[in-house]
Design a binder for this molecule. Structure first.
Ligand code: NAD
Ligand code: APR
Ligand code: ZN
Length: 258
């Protein structure tokens, strides 16, 4: 693995235009429940595919809003891990670096990344379910009871329809601006680093394949095998919070040494 890290370090050290593409595994070591294992307590009788949909919200807004508020409070209690910090260190050192994430948490931002492209939206950007007017995320989330609870969503201040989570649900299209910026970055980069994604959910999963098709080198960081194994030039088989700091160290020496 040391040799492999050496090859990855060489690619990252000589790259001018880098895309970093992250998924739920990026936040696993921060203890953020992944999308599937956030189905505990009140929501365990539901299937994610059923709950994360516009239909479920229309049928029972308080159940779906309560689930996302519970997930948002879990993120609020979590902290960015050394993988998030290493991503911000890479962004600061590479001449041109674009961060694209499928995650709806704010851990990249809290680790110092300035403008991640959120392909699946964010828990911190609720909006009106009718007129899309942005709504403030209720601050000071009370310590949610372990199993979470139903919470009646706030009303839009402009048209008084219920406010919805600002995430992309099953069946919904991805935000056009973020997706096209991500595809453009992948098509023009010379290295794409994919971290902590199963590469199963489209169209996000297209991003690493666009980079490879356009001649970029691809490095994958994931403890498990994924469909992206055959797209990657280098597979670093380990957890992000250990592999990414080692990669930054190998290229730029101790992250703190300027
Ligand atoms: P979907 O199959 O409904 O497709 C979502 C969009 O991707 C649609 O516009 C569809 O036309 C397009 N698409 C589907 N397959 C494609 C492909 N092979 N190539 C290019 N485009 C393709 O997607 P879904 O699995 O039902 O979920 C919709 C989105 O919501 C997904 O991106 C998923 O990751 C996301 N999601 C987010 C959360 C969350 O909480 N953030 C939860 C579940 C799903
Ligand atoms: N470091 C790196 N990768 C990890 C770690 C870790 N510490 N722990 C787990 N992983 C990997 C797993 O091996 C898996 O391949 O992270 C991946 C998580 O896969 P998913 O749970 O499918 O998450 P993701 O790929 O982001 O899913 C895509 O689908 O669930 C919806 O909208 C949601 O954005 C999500 C999208
Ligand atoms: Zn409205």
């Amino acid at each position: 693995e040391q040799l492999v890290a050496g090859e990855a370090a060489k690619l990252l050290g000589q790259a001018r235009r880098v895309v970093i593409f992250t998924g739920a595994g990026m936040s696993a070591e921060s203890g953020v429940p992944t999308f599937r294992d956030a189905l505990s307590g009140l929501w365990q009788q539901f299937d994610a595919q059923a709950l994360a949909t516009p239909e479920a919200f229309r049928a029972d807004p308080a159940l779906v809003w309560g689930w996302y508020e519970w997930r948002r409070s879990a993120v609020g209690r979590a902290r960015p891990n050394q993988g998030h910090v290493a991503v911000a260190a890479i962004e600061a050192r590479v001449p041109n670096c674009v961060l694209v994430t499928q995650n709806v948490d704010d851990l990249h931002e809290r680790a110092g990344s300035t403008a991640p492209l959120h392909l699946h939206g964010s828990l911190f950007a609720p909006r009106c379910s009718a007129c899309a007017h942005p709504a403030p995320a209720p601050d000071g989330m009370a310590e949610e009871p372990a199993g979470g609870r139903r919470i009646t969503p706030p009303r839009c201040t402009r048209c008084s329809a219920p406010v919805r989570p600002g995430v992309v649900w099953f069946g919904e299209a991805l935000p056009e601006a973020a997706l096209s910026a991500a595809v453009e970055a992948a098509a023009t980069c010379d290295l794409l680093l994919t971290v902590g994604t199963s590469g199963l959910v489209y169209p996000a999963a297209e991003i690493p394949q666009v980079a490879a098709r356009c001649g970029a080198a691809v490095i994958q960081v994931n403890p498990e095998e994924t469909p992206l194994d055959h797209v990657a030039d280098v597979n670093l088989r380990g957890p992000a919070a250990r592999v990414l700091p080692a990669l930054v160290e190998a290229v730029w020496g101790g992250a703190d040494r300027g």
